[in-house]
Design a binder for this molecule. Sequence first.
Ligand code: F6R
Length: 617
Amino acid sequence: MCGIVGYVGHRDALDVVLHGLGRLEYRGYDSAGVAVLTSAGTLAVTRKAGALANLIAELDGTGRAALRGTAGMGHTRWATHGAPTDRNAHPHRDATGRLAVVHNGIIENHAQLRAELEREGVELTSDTDTETAAHLLAAAYASCGDLPLAVRTVCRRLHGAFTLVVTHADEPDLIVAARRSSPLVVGVGSGEHFVASDVAAFIEHTRDAVELGQDQVVTITRDGYRITDFHGAPASGKPFHVDWDLSAAEKGGHDYFMLKEIQEQPSAIANTLRGHFIDGRIVLDEQRMDIQELRDIDKVFVVACGTAYHSGMVAKYAIEHWCRLPVEVELASEFRYRDPVLDRSTLVVAISQSGETMDTLEAVRHAKDQKARVLAICNTNGAQIPRESDAVLYTHAGPEIGVAATKTFLAQIVANFLVGLAVAQARGTKYSDEVAREFAELEAMPAAVTQVLSTVDQVRELGRELADAKVVLFLGRHVGFPVALEGALKLKELAYMHAEGFAAGELKHGPIALLEPGLPVVVIMPSPKGRAVLHAKLLSNIQEIRARGARTIVIAEEGDETVRPYASHLLEVPAVPTLLQPLVSTVPLQVLAAEIARQRGYDVDRPRNLAKSVTVE
Ligand code: F6R
């Protein structure tokens, strides 16, 4: 959460920073601010509550001339400490106004630091944890006159997770940044260097990047960068080349990133599968555990949050079926504070698009403390969760800018299946020809999803009809249950509409009391050719819904004539194997939520109160 960017080079820093912030706004949009080391030797700061557009309007109003320089930094905020107001917007400055800092994360001992500063007579002007760092940095700099040293000194005093970027008017040609458990990458250009939360901030200038390690400080200048640990010992980051181009981080003719990302789902699936079936075997991306350890697994926990958790629920059906292993799926935030029974033969699968979700990261650490093996499924190369895991499988969905997860959900489901097949193969619960057949079925999925995407106009029309609904319920069984939960989550987060997903069998145990004439109920039908008993049970549920006058919106396999008479509205999806149905049946629900949100006039890419990377607990 919070996006930060810093720049030193030969271009107009304000311009570079504002463009960078535009690409990081998915991380938070409660306020935005910039600081530029001006050619006049001053530090000029402008900050504004609300989205980046507010800051730009402010700069356009006051004129940008006061912010001319070739070094600067910026911040887009997801508020944790202090309301989203101008005074709490970053950058925060020291009392002289010559030092500024932007911050992502939470300084957990800020109350103690604030009390200490107040005792010393420092006047704090915001409610943020970040401002304490500004004053501590100023004091450290005053005593040593060396900005990187001051940053290292202060970082050693801070608890929690943080990325800091610091500038000082007396050090006009450098920017110092530090990280602990929050992301930070360096962009290596020619005669210019960048620091940012995400490469998207500088991808238009350079694709050469360096991922900083835990507890490292980097100093960037025009001509280079230097990394140390928090004690000043030389250190190195992990260089990498960004293999996606700028168009992947742009809307490509769509009104919203999310709509583009929904359309990209076939390629997200294809790219996630690519290169993982070699010589008849499933291969992961990184494996720091040996095959015997995979063979010895006797229990699996899947931990994740939100949409990633729903993908984990789908994984349970596949792993139990293929590997004959008990699988528990847990919300990472709950798992972390329980005493789950884990040991060396437990595999914990941690699923995270960003790879930096704090709840999931802490669950990984909790599992590792108990000697469990951890396998990460992640969409962000080199993020903290894969770094701390024993094995990694990346979802190659490309950057997801829309705050609501779409293409990464489908890619996570596919990656879960690859993990299930890899474990089944290691344990010998599936013959290699069976693994090959399952893989071939996965390879057919991009075409099936493309076919669903050809029906979006019909779904959008339905979205227009439902735009005024107060409540929508979603029902599914088996793998249709997590799809129901995901459909409800999309509607809540995008359209701010009350929506609930239920296991259809639970309807009669309580939720049926909610049914009333006209209430829309979305039902995810299983294939009539797959598990016939499931299909029959859902048909009965549909009758129960109709008997109470509620409206049935049914997602069913094409050609399923048995359900047609009972559907107030029928959305057909192609026939695919039972376990793979979430890959087709989720897509109309994503489109539906986006359309209802649009009809209600909401920003589909930036739902209120949310952020893409949730780096606080
Ligand atoms: C919903 C959504 C969130 C994330 C959750 C986990 O659309 O995006 O529920 O799925 O915050 O995020 P990651 O996958 O980055 O760990």
